[in-house]
Design a protein around this ligand. Structure first.
Ligand code: GP0
Length: 832
């Protein structure tokens, strides 16, 4: 009875439905037609990439038909539109996504099979569109999908980077960064719009004119103009009922080259302007809360904010003809502070271009914008030096000063208007050279400001935005993040999806809350056996991938303990590594004990400039090298670091995970979204009370999640007492031994002091409280072991996790934004 189940589980996207022969034949013919006329290849000479392009183009035709209808309907009904401004869209691959949402996947797989082509192979040749760093960019991608699914008329606006997030290679355990090249074979999903070009100005000077009524008018004369070119990608909602546009801007110089210079023989100099302009959309900023800031970044931010606003204002004027109704017809969401300069840009457009009085302009601006904050980390809250702003965007600096003056005038009247309070409320930070606080600008320019989990939104009110919140109480709201189940359940884990739809019906992806109906099956052993068999098949598949990529053999029956996300000190990969080292020492000393075979899986990128994070990557690799080859350990413990973590790799790892590591220092992870993807796919979480972990705990119940460590309040209290790790280390023999072995070079014999700096930091300057949480984490890992031994109880908890994750669908999140922030209608998906 076991065998067919496993085989079924291994077959990707087996929905059990046999597609109609006529439809299959039609799709096959369309693909062949594309191969011939668009790719210009014969069946005999086509490469997998050619087949990929032909298949993508054939499904794209279907998408385009609905796309044009969606745009038309929005026009006819005069609906309010949502504009999602984000410097990152981490969309990953689109072929399987497009086929799934257009409900063409089974037919297309069958059609390709008739041609001797395997759809899974085509899936693998598509490059990941990695136009983002991590959770923030992936959230934007999930939101785009859910907005289309809910038939919201929405546009995503961003930058079409030539090179997305760097490709990570691991050499001798160390991270190396290589440029990523997603466009090198062309991009079948995008449409260039040569007719849509906007000029974006920089620098220059301001001329003051006196109007007939004596009022002054400021006219900005930019010293440099860069062109923004539109590229559109259709985003198909579930069941293809509605299609939205992701419009990405590429930068180009106004003149292709300086002919005079070229003719005089200066061939390189002739291209200078072009190089300078195009550098704006050359590479994704390697941010993700790493400490770095530079002029090019500000140019990127203004470039895309300006092009997007020009575009949406043009659309508004051509549809409605009155700029004063903008806020009724457009909701602009700022994804973090990166697009915050748009607040000043809209003021510039309203006041300077449309001659709307200042106060009226400010009212329109506030009613149009809203802002999402994604982190409380001070290094990620952007501030720009006033002299830089002044030079690059002189008119915007003027506008920001005026916004600030009026704002401080208003709040300065209150009884508690001390100098310190005004300094905290000001748009200008004067504490270390004058800098513009972009978070404050986004806050003031918006009617709603939201955090991304309940805890995070609460902390916003007591930390970074405490003073602003007191001026406009009630402005901060919470919108707990979500994930799209189409990608993170159906596409990543088709076998589990089939099992679940067997129970709850095939409207699961229309309404995720029906997952609740799975709960009773947690005690049904026939069900949990099938559930477990699917996990095992996914682990076998992941093991093959690991073998392939890094040559390490895994035991699919071991506990897969997974820690995948950006590498950052606050995410505490090092806490996990310390537990690994402690267990390694114990296995070696007491190999006779009954150990649970376990695989520690790490993956993630470190910002290129983040030295400590890169050292942590090296440590994980070094520990793996020693542990994996230790004769006493005999495979009871394996440690692997999978290079080049991206969306596609996440889709392979998450369905194969037993344990999900969500162990950030409490109060520091705004939400997390990986945590939701794991729990949905049935991994149990080991985590701190941080971000959305708190809400996951609420939904699944304490017996079905492993919570440990200091709470956010305790972290704050602890830090005021001092952050030395010495006491905690002295109290824990296990911890001191693990640290000692790392510090003394057990894992880096060729360079024994390699990890001294890491260990010293933990000992004397443990800001992330790794040492304080170590014992609690270690003990909780032992609870995990105990539970793993009781398989019945383990799978029961796993099923309970899955069944309670419906609330974390990004359809729920987007419905909340639509109702409470944007004021736009939603239409739930369904067969129509
Ligand atoms: C937050 F500030 N996030 C930032 C940033 O620069 N990049 C980024 O990815 C993340 C948060 O760290 C998060 O907690 C959150 O869920 C995500 O934004 C989306 O809100 C990580 O997963």
């Amino acid at each position: 009875a076991d065998a067919p189940l496993v085989a079924d589980a291994a077959a990707p996207a087996a929905t059990g439905q046999v597609p109609a022969a006529a439809e299959v034949a039609e799709i096959r013919d369309r693909i062949l037609e594309k191969l011939k006329h668009s790719v210009s290849k014969s069946v005999g000479s086509a490469t997998p990439h050619d087949w990929f392009i032909a298949t993508a183009l054939s499904v794209r035709d279907k998408i385009v038909e609905s796309w044009l209808t969606s745009i038309d309907t929005a026009k006819k009904t005069g609906r309010k539109r949502v504009y999602y401004l984000s410097l990152e869209f981490l969309i990953g691959r689109l072929l399987i996504d497009a086929l799934t949402n257009m409900e063409l996947i089974d037919q297309t797989r069958a059609a390709l099979a008739e041609l001797g082509v395997d759809l899974e192979a085509l899936r693998e040749v598509e490059p990941d569109a990695a136009l983002g760093n991590g959770g923030l960019g992936r959230l934007a991608a999930c939101f785009m999908e859910s907005m289309a699914t809910l038939s919201i008329a929405a546009y995503g606006y961003g930058i079409r980077y030539d090179h997305g997030l760097f490709r990570q290679r691991i050499k001798d355990g160390r991270q190396l960064e290589y440029p990523e090249d997603w466009l090198s074979y062309g991009n079948p999903w995008e449409f260039q719009r040569p007719e849509l070009v906007y000029g974006v100005g920089f620098s220059g000077h301001i001329e003051t004119q006196t109007l007939p009524d004596g009022e002054l008018k400021q006219v900005w004369m930019p010293g440099e103009t860069v062109q923004a070119l539109a590229y559109d990608t259709p985003i198909a909602g579930w069941r293809g009922a509605h299609i939205n546009t992701l419009r990405l801007w590429a930068a180009r110089a106004a003149d292709p080259l300086r002919l005079d210079k070229f003719n005089s023989g200066d061939h390189v100099g002739a291209l200078m302007d072009q190089v300078r302009a195009e550098s704006i959309s050359k590479v994704l900023y390697p941010g993700d809360t790493s400490p770095a800031g530079q002029e090019l970044r500000l140019r990127q931010e203004y470039f895309f904010a300006s092009a997007s606003l020009q575009d949406l204002v043009r659309r508004h004027m051509s549809l409605f003809g009155d700029i004063k109704t903008l806020a009724d017809k457009a909701a602009i969401q700022l994804n973090d502070t990166h697009p915050a300069i748009a607040v000043a840009e809209l003021m510039h457009i309203l006041v300077d271009r449309y001659d709307i009085p200042w106060n009226k302009s400010w009212a329109i601006t506030k009613a149009t914008f809203s802002y999402t904050n994604h982190t409380l980390l001070p290094e990620a809250l952007e501030t720009w030096p006033v002299p830089l702003m002044e030079r690059l965007l002189p008119r915007h600096m003027q506008i920001i000063y005026l916004i600030n003056a009026l704002h401080l005038e208003k709040v300065g009247k209150g009884p508690d208007a001390s100098g310190a309070r005004l300094a905290a409320l000001s748009l200008i930070d004067e504490s270390h050279g004058r800098r513009v606080r972009m978070g404050h600008l986004a806050f003031l320019g918006s009617h709603k400001v939201n955090g991304v989990s309940a805890l995070h939104s609460d902390l916003m009110k007591t930390t970074v935005f405490r003073d602003l919140e007191s001026v406009e109480p009630g402005k901060i709201t919470n919108k707990t993040n979500g994930i799209t189940f189409r990608r993170w359940l159906k596409e990543a884990n088709p076998s589990l999806t089939s099992l679940l739809t067997e129970v709850v019906g095939d409207t699961l992806l229309d309404d995720a809350t029906i997952l609740e109906k799975v709960a009773p099956y947690a005690d049904d052993s026939a069900f949990t056996e099938r559930y477990a068999a699917i996990r095992r098949a996914n682990k076998v598949a992941l093991s093959a991938l690991v073998r392939d990529r890094i040559g390490v053999k895994l035991d699919p029956d071991a506990l897969f303990d997974v820690h995948i996300k950006r590498i950052h000190e606050y995410k505490r990969q090092i806490l996990n590594i310390l537990e690994t080292v402690a267990i390694f020492e114990e296995i070696r000393a007491q190999s006779f004990r009954e150990w649970i075979p376990r695989v520690k899986i790490f993956a993630g990128k470190a910002a290129a400039s983040y030295t400590t994070a890169k050292l942590i990557i090296q440590l994980a690799n070094d520990v793996g090298k020693v542990v994996n080859s230790d004769p006493t350990v005999r495979g009871l413990l394996k440690v692997v670091f999978l290079p080049n973590y991206n969306v596609s790799l996440a889709e392979r790892i998450i369905p194969a995970a037993d344990l999900s590591e969500q162990i950030s220092t409490a109060g520091m992870e705004a939400s997390g979204t990986g945590n939701m993807k794991f729990a949905l796919n049935g991994a149990l979480t080991i985590g701190t009370l941080d971000g959305a972990n708190v809400e996951i705990l609420e939904k699944v119940g304490a017996p079905n999640i492993f919570i440990f460590g200091l709470t956010a309040d305790q972290v704050e209290a602890k830090r005021t007492q001092g952050i030395s790790g010495q006491e905690a280390i002295a109290r824990s023999q296990r911890l001191s031994e693990a640290l000692e072995s790392i510090a003394s070079g057990v894992f880096s014999p060729e360079q024994p002091d390699r990890y001294r700096p890491l260990v010293d930091a933990l000992t004397y300057n443990d800001f992330f409280l790794v040492t304080a949480d170590f014992d609690s984490y270690y003990n909780t890992q032992r609870d995990v072991f105990k539970r793993w031994r009781d398989k019945k109880s383990w799978w029961r908890s796993a099923v309970i996790n899955t069944s309670n994750m419906g609330w974390f669908s990004s359809d729920r999140t987007i419905t909340e934004y639509a109702q409470e922030i944007w004021n736009v209608p939603t239409t739930p998906p369904g067969r129509n």
